[in-house]
Write a protein that binds this ligand. Structure first.
Ligand code: OSB
Ligand code: MG
Length: 369
């Protein structure tokens, strides 16, 4: 791929509603979009999913920018890329910093697919023309607010509802939700809010017919998750604990989870995400695509990845309007009856809304090749 330049656009966008998890609330999103431009004028886009503070993982917007500018872009400037998989091989000399790697690798995947006149989904080997999606709902001030919110999204047709939980707002809340919605596909995400001391409490979830519980224990612990899974009938899904194919293999071998949430940023890009998918499919472990409250570019990458056949459960890729007043892509991502129609245009399949990108951009830096 004959590269001309990479542009780093720093954006600020505000979520329609504050989002609350077991580690806090936030509404203003600071992040960056990477644009990879080739000598023929094709433009590929990637999104950094790191947040401003390191509560989900150790990466932040600033660490991503540092690693992208000072280590990853120089690697690309010194090497020739024939296929996006080369990017993940070259970046393996840098430890972790997966969200930083993924932002660039995503832009290169988009650029590669556009040069081949292929939708990104097809370039990855995906076959689905539509994908089923669910929605993730943050912790609400009252149970009444929660029931109203669930009702709203269930009416919109989302295929499963994920509820954030934390100690004090868990079994009691989920019991009320289940009583109001006896047949709704529901799951819970704890974002590491519990320890093994909570085993008997968490066992109460087994009566609520949850699809799964996501990351109940420490972000970096797969041994305790294996112990917990033995004590629970509800399947455990790992999110924060899985950063690579190697992590996925260990977690599956230990019995730490029955399901994996794959986030492209958390695992360092589409190439590694696909490797994890392939392995899980072979092992008959269900996977689904997680979300990081992305703007349209990241959302488009999630949609493309979800077209792979092993993504058997609805993911967190909700429609643009669930997050933003105005997204940065055209058309915006539309969810109808819990389904997104996969775009069939080359690359990520959505155009950048240049006016919106400009409106939310606070700074752009250009790195020439
Ligand atoms: O744990 O999956 C998570 C959002 C931010 C950080 C972590 C998580 C989430 C979500 C929302 O659950 C996913 C989305 O709607 O993009
Ligand atoms: Mg999660």
């Amino acid at each position: 791929i004959p590269m001309k330049e990479i542009k780093l656009h720093k954006l600020n966008m505000r979520l329609n509603d504050p989002f609350t998890t077991s580690f806090g609330t936030f509404q203003d999103k600071e992040f960056f979009i990477l644009e990879a431009v080739d000598k023929d004028g094709n433009r590929g886009f990637g999104e950094s999913v790191a947040f401003s503070s390191p509560w989900y993982s150790e990466e932040t917007v600033k660490t991503n920018q540092h690693v992208v500018e000072d280590f990853l872009i120089p690697i690309l400037q010194e090497n020739t890329i024939h296929h996006p998989d080369d990017v993940s091989d070259l970046f393996s000399s840098i430890r972790r910093n997966n969200m930083a790697k993924s932002a660039i690798e995503g832009a290169v995947w988009d650029l590669y697919a556009k040069r081949k006149h292929l939708p990104l989904a097809k370039a990855l080997g995906g076959k689905k023309t539509e994908i089923d999606v669910g929605i993730s709902i943050g912790i609400q001030p009252t149970v009444k607010d929660l029931l109203n919110t669930i009702d709203h999204y269930a009416q919109e047709g989302y295929k499963r509802i994920k509820l954030k939980i934390k100690p004090g707002k868990d079994v009691n809340v989920l019991q009320e939700v289940r009583a109001h919605f006896p047949d709704l596909p529901i799951m819970a995400d704890a974002n590491s809010a519990y320890t093994l001391k909570d085993i008997t409490h968490l066992q109460k979830l087994d009566d609520l017919n949850l699809m799964m519980i996501e990351q109940p224990l420490e972000h970096d612990d797969i041994v305790d998750h294996a112990k917990l899974q033995k004590a629970l009938r509800t399947p455990i899904c790992l999110d924060e604990s899985i950063h690579s194919l190697a992590d996925a293999k260990k977690a599956i071998q230990l019995g730490s989870c029955k399901i994996i949430n794959i986030k492209i940023g958390r695992v360092g890009g589409l190439t590694e995400a696909k490797r994890i998918h392939d392995y899980c499919k072979e092992q008959r472990i269900d996977v689904w695509c997680g979300g990081m409250l992305e703007a349209g570019v990241g959302r488009a990458h999630n949609i493309a990845l979800t077209t792979l056949p092993g993504f058997t459960l609805p993911g967190d890729t909700a429609g643009s309007s669930r997050y933003w007043q105005k997204d940065i892509i055209r058309p915006e991502v539309i969810v109808e009856n819990g389904v997104i129609t996969v775009p069939d245009k080359p690359g990520i399949g959505y155009d950048i809304d240049e006016a919106a990108l400009k409106k939310f951009t606070v700074k752009t830096k250009t790195f020439r090749f």
